[in-house]
Ligand binder design. Sequence first.
Ligand code: GAR
Length: 192
Amino acid sequence: MPDPKRVAVLISGRGSNMRALVEQARGYEVILVASNRPAAPGVEWARARGLQTWTMDSRGVSRDEFDRTVSSVLKDHRIGTIALAGYMRILTPAFVEEWSGRIVNIHPSLLPKYRGLDTHARAIAARDTTSGCTVHQVTQELDSGEILGSAEVTIEPGDTPEALEQRVRAAEHQLYPRVLAQFVASRRSLLP
Ligand code: GAR
């Protein structure tokens, strides 16, 4: 079984959380940045930083085939932990099963509230006074795996979804590296 500290970060877009995971890596190492969008700005950043990257456009490829390909690439790199960071794809049950207990995700709400999309607009519409972000394990059910850590952000009067999103994202950058480091350490402590 590969060492849990060998991390792959999967992204689809900007990659600011991936960047935080790389820049604040302690107790783990980002071995690979992978994306289903070859033109994702985050991929560009990772390449410029000298990290190994892998991309394949997921459009027009079946979900099963795409996830099987990703899985074999991750195995080639002897990845022990997968960190999803703005990876806007639902993983196939076969992929989640194969990597069970080794996938984490960051979600822009205080789970179990607001699974899925448009979390900031939904929190504001509900007149919540706090929102935030959550790092959780990935299981078959969307945004429902064990919660590993969360951070609260105050919703200010008159907040727009965009303004709230920016502050939540800043909180994500603090939270994710810390929680990933804890997760990796706890899994390493179970190694024989
Ligand atoms: C982050 O806010 C993350 O929580 C969210 O996408 C953004 C990615 O930003 N993820 C989800 O909504 C997953 N359902 P980034 O590309 O700058 O890290």
